[in-house]
Design a protein around this ligand. Structure first.
Ligand code: ATP
Ligand code: MG
Ligand code: MG
Length: 430
């Protein structure tokens, strides 16, 4: 981490870009960077400052991200497309080298946190709908107007728009790491005898425990607030893996659980990979659990398990699709059956929603009706973001059902599941 080529160590109060940004506290970190809340002296606003590791491969990745973010930001001056906006970028030299820094508008918690706060139980259909709308607006803009594939959509990479003033955030205030203690007399204990010191240490432990409790109480209070907020808009972030649809650099994309079948099969990909991940996200928000969590097993790979799990809820992959990828031979025989996983327990998205997650039948039917076309094994048949936005399921705005589906509306969205293999058996496979 914090060595030559690695992260840049930051302390609250540190200045960046000739004093324009003043670091406040750490917001998060990833494999490439640490992200800090900073105050922008020029605009008098809080911003998120992403400080990249300094080694050349990380600098390269940051330049890649800037390429996409600049395009995204300049083409959306009104900032209404549900995609993170890049405010500024610059270089910062520190003891570990030269770090590329990206300055973003400050956003709130990720959808992963939202689901965690809700103890992995699903966040209710009203909120799912609102979040889905935001993500789809973002995807429509990326795909149709810019020609960009995000290629790493997942809960962590979607952040809620923060309505909280970061300077008054109850969780963090008073819980800073002790970086600002006066030097030389770190604990203010000089002159205490051993007994006094022991008592003082015990008091400090008790206080620390209390602070922990207060922290989690505040965290729950905040979760409640973020859940009850009327404004559930959110924004897509993390363009570190984005690519232009007409200029791809790699066959290997997406985080495992959100990966589309054509990526596993090596059949080439385009915008529909994002639509697949989007459907996985919608399912996860509604149920609190991921739809596909493949594992390597005795005699079969994680990839093969993943394909088997998909077929169990979505029906068999049509032979033509299953056998046309560069990697098809690793998983399928010439009849289009998996080589090492023979007995599949077929179910359906709707059955899983009802049986496993106890979602009322009519809600489950309408939600499955929205999801299933997105889970088409033929990428070109998946609805686009623009088509999804027209779907009946998104038109109503409460936790209850939204009436019978209007089939003429639905037809444009490709509702019929094209594999023709969705087996409605009672067996629960996941
Ligand atoms: P990864 O390994 O996921 O690619 P990364 O180093 O590229 O990580 P990001 O994913 O961009 O970093 O950001 C790391 C974390 O910082 C995020 O998960 C989020 O918690 C926080 N973060 C990023 N951008 C913002 C923002 N604009 N506002 C608030 N928090 C943010
Ligand atoms: Mg990330
Ligand atoms: Mg990244």
């Amino acid at each position: 981490g914090y060595r030559k080529g690695g992260y840049h160590a930051v302390r609250p109060g540190d200045h960046f870009a000739a004093g324009r940004y003043v670091a406040q506290r750490k917001l998060g970190w990833g494999n490439f960077s640490t992200v800090w809340l900073a105050f922008d002296v020029q605009s008098q606003k809080f911003v998120a400052l992403k400080i990249q590791k300094s080694a050349p491969e990380f600098a390269q990745a940051a330049l890649h991200e800037i390429e996409f973010l600049s395009e995204i930001t300049t083409r959306d001056p009104s900032n209404c497309k549900c995609i993170i906006q890049l405010i500024d970028h610059f270089k910062h030299t520190g003891p570990n080298g030269q770090h590329i820094c990206l300055v973003f508008e400050f956003l709130g918690d990720s959808l992963l946190k939202l689901v965690q706060y809700n103890r992995y139980k699903g966040i209710g259909f009203r909120r799912v709908r609102e979040i889905c709308r935001s993500i789809l607006i973002g995807l429509d803009y990326l795909h149709r107007e810019l020609g960009i594939i995000h290629s790493d959509l997942k809960l962590e990479n979607i952040l809620l728009v923060s309505t909280i003033d970061p300077s008054k955030d109850p969780i963090r205030s008073g819980l800073q790491p002790n970086l600002e203690r006066p030097e030389g007399n770190p604990n203010g204990e000089v002159g205490l005898n051993p007994i006094e010191r022991k008592l003082k240490m015990r008091a400090r432990r008790v206080l620390a425990k209390l602070a922990e409790k207060r922290k989690s109480a505040a965290e729950y209070a905040r979760a409640e607030r973020s859940l009850d907020g009327i404004d559930m808009t959110c924004k897509i972030v993390d363009f570190g893996n984005a690519c232009w649809a007409d200029n791809q650099f790699t066959d290997f994309i997406q985080t495992r659980q959100y990966r589309a079948p054509e990526v596993i099969l090596g059949s080439g990909y385009s915008f529909p990979v994002d639509m697949w991940s989007f459907a996985c996200i919608a399912f996860e928000l509604a149920t609190g659990e991921m739809l596909f969590t493949p594992k390597e097993g005795q005699g079969y790979s994680e990839d093969e398990d993943h394909l088997a799990l998909m077929m169990e809820v979505l029906g068999k992959i049509p032979k033509k699709i299953a056998t046309m990828g560069t990697k098809s031979k690793e998983y399928f025989d010439r009849h289009g059956d998996l080589k090492r996983i023979r007995r599949l327990k077929f179910s359906s998205v709707e059955r899983v929603l009802v049986d496993k997650y106890k979602i009322p039948e009519s809600d489950a039917r309408e939600f499955a009706d929205f999801l299933c076309p997105l889970f088409d094994f033929a990428p070109e048949k998946r609805p686009t973001a623009a088509q999804c936005l027209q779907h009946k399921w998104l038109q109503c705005n409460d936790d209850k059902t939204c009436g019978t589906l209007n089939t003429t509306d639905a037809k444009n969205v490709g509702v019929a599941h094209s594999t023709g293999n969705t087996v409605g058996s009672d067996s629960k496979s996941i």
